[in-house]
Design a protein around this ligand. Structure first.
Ligand code: ATP
Length: 595
């Protein structure tokens, strides 16, 4: 190594190696994306992110990261030559050279440290940027396709989308980077250090046959055979890692449910049942973990043995040549280092198998989520038009997923100011009818047109989003109403006591009683003033006196709104002008009511 020209030589090397690396990298990614299943799954989330028409930033970061990776290999090559020269200075008892090479080492080490830190920042920038993009992309799809709700209608709905969005995206991004950059480093090191070993290795006699440059062949045979065995031992890890994620998420889901339904469970004293469920799910996690442990034991045992054996290998080969004066101490040390590099680099593919296994599992889970989003979007919906001021239903057939008919040939027209009460025995399809009118139910045919204005659906358990009371009162819109309007609405639904807590952020679902939550939903309606209001047993937790007040408010404050209620109580009759009775098996009858 000519240390006087090291900067120029290294720059030229860097330039050549970089161009070749970029070309090879692109070709390999294209081939993998074309010819392997996991490559296609990876490409699905990589291609749109790296698309230069969207932004040049990702490709730029990747280009810099590749440059840094190539630079790192050059640094290891320089260190290897440094070893040779440094140990030669010791063998020759050449003190000036000894000190000179220590100074060279200080410079090399400084460059190495700075490069490593810069690479860390660039790598993290790529991870964060890619993760942010992928998160937005998948969350948007999940919400826009309404897969968060409608995936229940898919035959093969996925488990735990929350975990896929939160954990798998992160795994995907970090492992994509670490595996790809690791592979680049490995291949480049193999090429560079094979050259160095080539120069250092001599002939060797194996079973009476002299093989020139034997070490090169030996190291390759050694690593290729050990890698093949490692792949064979490690293969079951793919499935085990997949199960690990799935079972862990199932356990977490059971825990979340206990928290969510804490009060009901506490009233039932259901701790023992919950304990059994939790213990069962946890036992599944642990059983799978032991399987991972046993498999990893075999896998790591093999890898460690292979690595330890590799330490003495170069000394066995070069030792005799050192003592016969064919090579110097520096040559032996560089051989050991170069052999180590080639061995480690070739072993990268063997040792990364566990990471790759978990990466495959992550890819399967993310693809499942993306497919689920697509399939949910493709589920049929009854197209509801928006026209005129009336709510019009024509030839509406509603079924359940198994094909049984709930409602057949429903035809209705409700004009502004009119109110309709849907009644019928439990399970006759009342809620499903409202789902159909809200474009949520996939198993329906017919025509529904709603007035152009806003429609609000109130259910038995109103949804209160995380955030302030003001946000809950405006949901799903931005809270724009003035304090006076909001406080007025609260006081009219007998929730005046909350007037001073509008900006308090709390888990309101836990604080307010079911009846208070239902009243809050009515306040929401009074503020939003929608054209159509659908109420599904929206006063079930409220006494009849308050129910009377709330319905009277609706009718007096929103006289032009269309009201469609679902309910069992006969007290509701007085607030509705018409009624529809669902009688099961598709039958229904319409009647005039007093109200
Ligand atoms: N996601 C679903 N998958 C399969 N069947 C469903 C689904 N949702 C509802 N059903 C079925 O559709 C039928 C009608 O249910 P729906 O909730 O509309 O009845 P309902 O008249 O509102 O009952 P209730 O008065 O008890 O609230 C029931 O038999 C129910 O089991």
């Amino acid at each position: 190594m000519d240390w006087n020209n090291v900067v120029w030589d290294s720059s030229m090397w860097l330039l050549k190696a970089y161009v070749m690396t970029v070309v090879a990298f692109v070709v390999v990614v294209i081939l993998l994306a074309r010819f392997t299943k996991w490559g296609r799954q990876f490409w699905r989330f990589a291609a749109p992110y790296f698309d230069p028409r969207r932004s040049l930033k990702p490709l730029t970061i990747l280009a810099v990261l590749l440059l840094s990776t190539v630079f790192a290999v050059r640094m290891t090559v320089l260190f290897s030559y440094w070893y040779n020269d440094f140990y030669d200075s010791i063998q020759n008892l050449d003190e000036p050279a000894f000190w000179h090479f220590l100074r060279v080492f200080a410079i090399l080490a400084t460059v190495h440290v700075v490069r490593a830190l810069v690479e860390y920042v660039i790598g993290q920038t790529l991870d964060i940027d890619w993760r942010t993009w992928l998160n937005h992309h998948l969350v948007d799809d999940w919400l826009d396709s309404r897969a968060y709700y409608r995936d229940r209608f898919l035959g093969d709905a996925i488990d735990n989308p929350d975990q896929r969005i939160q954990a798998d995206i992160t795994n995907f991004v970090t492992t994509s980077r670490s595996l790809s950059m690791g592979a680049v480093t490995a291949v480049l090191s193999i090429v560079s250090f094979t050259g160095i070993l080539w120069d250092l290795s001599g002939p060797m006699t194996v079973f009476g046959v002299e093989i020139s440059r034997a070490m090169i062949f030996l190291v390759y045979i050694y690593v290729l055979v050990t890698t093949a065995v490692a792949f064979w031992i490690g293969k079951p890890l793919i499935k085990l890692n997949f199960l690990n994620e799935k079972l862990g998420a199932n356990f977490r889901y059971a825990l979340i449910r206990v928290r969510e339904y804490g009060e009901s469970i506490a009233f039932y004293r259901g701790e023992n049942v919950e304990r059994r469920t939790l213990a069962g799910r946890f036992a599944d996690v642990i059983r799978n973990m032991w399987q991972i442990v046993f498999r990893t034991l075999k896998f790591s045992g093999w890898n460690l043995t292979v690595n330890q054996t590799a330490v003495i290998f170069p000394f066995l080969v070069q030792g005799p040549r050192l003592f016969t004066g064919q090579v110097s101490l520096g040559d032996v040390m560089q051989t050991s280092q170069a052999f180590g590099q080639v061995h480690d680099s070739l072993s990268f593919f063997r040792e990364s198998y566990a990471d790759f296994a978990s990466f495959r599992a992550t890819l399967i889970r993310l693809n499942g989520l993306a497919n689920d989003n697509l399939h949910a979007a493709e589920l049929p919906v009854l197209k509801t038009g928006k026209s005129g001021d009336d709510l019009q239903v024509e030839k509406l057939d509603v079924r359940i997923p198994t094909g049984e008919t709930l409602i057949e040939g429903l035809a209705l027209t409700v004009t502004p100011g009119q109110s309709l009460l849907v009644k019928g025995p439990s399970g006759s399809g009342k809620t499903t009818l409202l789902r159909t009118l809200a474009d949520l139910w996939p198993y329906a045919d017919g025509t529904v047109s709603r007035p152009a204005g806003e429609a609000i659906f109130l259910s038995q358990r109103p949804y209160l989003p995380l955030g302030s009371l003001r946000t809950a009162l405006a949901y799903p819109k931005e809270p724009t109403a003035s304090d006076d309007v909001v406080r007025g609405a609260l006081s009219r639904v007998s929730l005046g006591n909350l007037s001073d807590r509008l900006d308090e952020t709390a888990d309101w679902t836990r604080i307010l009683s079911p009846g208070e939550q239902q009243r809050l939903a009515f306040a929401r309606v009074l503020i939003a003033r929608p054209a159509v209001i659908f109420l599904d047993e929206a006063t079930s937790a409220i006494d009849e006196g308050l129910e009377h007040t709330l319905y009277t408010l609706l009718r007096t404050e929103l006289p032009d709104s269309i009201v469609v209620s679902v309910g069992h109580r006969s007290t509701l009759n007085q607030f509705h002008s018409r009624g529809v009775e669902l009688e099961g098996e598709g039958r229904w009858t319409e009647s005039e009511l007093v109200g």
